[in-house]
Design a protein around this ligand. Sequence first.
Ligand SMILES: C[S@@+](CC[C@H](N)C(=O)[O-])C[C@H]1O[C@@H](n2cnc3c(N)ncnc32)[C@H](O)[C@@H]1O
Length: 211
Amino acid sequence: MRLRNVKNAFNIIEENRDICIDDPTLYKGNWKSLSSKDNNSKIYLEVGCGKGKFLNSMAKENTDILFIGIEMMSSVICRAITKVKESKTPNVKLLNKDCEHILDYFSLHEIDKIFINFPDPWPKARHEKRRLTSPRFLDKYKIILKEDGIIRLKTDNYDLYNYSLETIIPLLKDGYKYGEVDYNIPIVETEFETKFRMNGNPIYYIEGSFK
Ligand SMILES: C[S@@+](CC[C@H](N)C(=O)[O-])C[C@H]1O[C@@H](n2cnc3c(N)ncnc32)[C@H](O)[C@@H]1O
């Protein structure tokens, strides 16, 4: 990325610290204090939220839920910040962080639902640890998710889908679901979902609650 763009991204992040939280460790166990609604509001988390289309649209449709997105690329999250700011969506918070550290940001059972939307597939075996559905990430999600909280993966990548069936399904309670997404039911699409669907790619999902 050009130096000018890096600076721009940095400025957008710094100028919008009400949306993009500087030090998420300060809110560990207390994210509901940032919700404009009552203390019973739910918290939904998207790991690798990209440019924030899904989060922002979901938040507009579900004003009683606090949506938190984590995205490690500054150049990408600044697009999400701009979206949230321009549409004045109060119930979205963003973290320009690596999901690697989510246990520093969220306490035990703090999250109601985790979305893993179109994560980078990292096809090489030596990069397996970077996949957001690898066991070391799943162990962390299990800690921060409520009992009976929901984890949901969506991907167009068949290899990552098969890998994730092996890593996720053994950890789930009966009643989990997986397969090809049925687009007869209206849903909020993510940025990548729209792109992949336009290319005609089938989209797969896995959804359930940890044992
Ligand atoms: C393929 S994009 C998908 C974006 C969005 N979820 C969507 O469906 O349109 C994956 C995003 O995850 C981010 N990402 C990958 N690994 C991450 C990690 N460990 N922590 C935070 N973000 C991560 C990448 O920077 C990228 O923007």
